[in-house]
Design a protein around this ligand. Structure first.
Ligand SMILES: [Zn+2]
Length: 395
């Protein structure tokens, strides 16, 4: 029997191969082994019927928080990622050089979710909540420590995360970004910056970013940085996007605004990546999960193929892993997500709290919309087999 698993009869959407058609997908030895119409059931040990459903490459979340118990926002990774269709997640700076070893040993290497990390440029990582910013004291931002940590953890560390808001970095944003770029350069990795309420205008910070670096919370609900008073995207951001800087969603509790996302898309700056920033403060809403975040962009008018591309192919490319992840090409990692595109009336909300002023910044009230379509998670294929952790309990 050539295959371990065949997912049959679904509509395969794999932007990496330009596929949107009814196809069967077969897996063997943990990898994708075939994508073609009508793979006979007799050729696979297990057969899953996906008729009426969508089959995509395993979804990737570029902005996750998985360091439960050590970093305040951290969630246990498997129930919120692989169990919800996200087979690969990149932890965005929960750990820094001094807190990474435990993250690796107790979380990354024990999770079914395929986890990678952006090392926080602050060696402590995110342990201070909103009370003690990790970049208030720049002695924590040690380039050598970060690079040394990467040297011992190259298979997991993809670059650097720096949270540059005043809450995290006071007036240190430019210096913190300089050090982040220096460390990322040494690693051959990318930098992701958390923005909103930065001491230095974001347009200035973006000039420092290189192609492939990522701005997260781009379409945020704070005092708007992306959109000017006339409702248009500021020129500096369009220029940065032209240079290859990625404007990522990083939804979170306050990192996404329907109004700003709508304006940005209308003015030619659609998201370069869709990620959740799922954490303790966003999982109970407004984020909930990856499929809800994707559904918000369907609501905003992006095509289904584009929404899938921005959570598979393009995400893997940002990570430098486009050959093996975010694709159902034969030989790629055997991860896939089975989804349902449901029709109905679905309420969606973009951020927490009510209208308020925070450190002299305006925070608009949440916007609620009603979508007519929604993506729902049905099943996950991870490493070539159905993700069914409960079966292990019977073993
Ligand atoms: Zn985050």
């Amino acid at each position: 029997m050539p295959y371990d698993l065949a997912v049959r009869g679904g509509t395969v959407i794999d932007p990496s191969q330009g596929l949107h058609a009814e196809m069967d997908v077969a897996f063997a030895n943990g990898k994708v082994a075939a994508v073609r119409p009508k793979i006979p059931a007799a050729e696979a040990r297990e057969v899953v019927d996906a008729s009426g459903l969508l089959v995509t490459p395993g979804l990737i979340d570029l902005h996750a928080h998985a360091y439960w118990g050590a970093s305040d926002p951290g969630l246990p990774p498997d129930p919120v990622n692989v169990a919800k269709g996200v087979t690969t997640a990149v932890d965005a700076g929960s750990a820094g050089a001094r807190t990474f070893p435990a993250f690796r040993k107790w979380i990354i290497e024990r999770s079914d979710t395929r986890l990678f990390a952006l090392l926080n440029i602050s060696s402590m990582g995110m342990v201070g909540g909103n009370h003690i910013g990790e970049l208030e004291d720049m002695r924590w931002a040690d380039v050598d420590e970060a690079v040394e940590s990467w040297r011992g953890n190259k298979r997991y560390v993809l670059g650097i995360k720096a949270r540059l808001g005043r809450v995290q970095a006071l007036e240190n944003d430019v210096e913190a970004l300089k050090r982040s770029l220096e460390a990322a350069e040494a690693m051959g990795g990318f930098v992701m910056i958390h923005v909103g309420n930065t001491a230095t205008p974001l347009e200035e910070l973006c000039k420092m970013l290189r192609p492939g670096d990522v701005v997260t919370h781009s379409f945020g609900g704070f005092e708007d940085v992306l959109i000017d008073e006339s409702g248009k995207v500021r020129d500096g951001f369009k220029e940065a996007a032209r240079r290859g800087v990625v404007f990522d969603v990083g939804h979170g509790g306050g990192g996404f605004s329907f109004t700003n996302a709508e304006r940005a898309i209308a003015d030619g700056l659609p998201p370069g990546n869709i990620s959740t920033d799922l954490h303790q403060g966003s999982i109970g809403g407004p984020v909930f999960d990856m499929v809800t975040t994707m559904s918000k962009f369907l609501y905003l008018g992006l095509s289904l193929d584009e929404v899938v591309r921005l959570t598979t192919q393009s995400t893997a490319a940002i990570m430098g892993m486009g050959d093996t992840l975010g694709t159902l090409a034969v030989g790629a990692a055997g991860d896939a997500t089975i989804l349902r595109l449901a029709e109905g009336r679905f309420p969606l909300v973009d951020r927490v709290s009510t209208s308020l002023r925070f450190q002299n910044l305006k925070w608009e009230a949440p916007v609620r919309v009603e979508a007519r379509q929604r993506l729902e998670h049905v099943d996950t294929v991870r490493g070539g087999s159905m993700y069914r952790p409960w079966l292990d309990w019977n073993a």
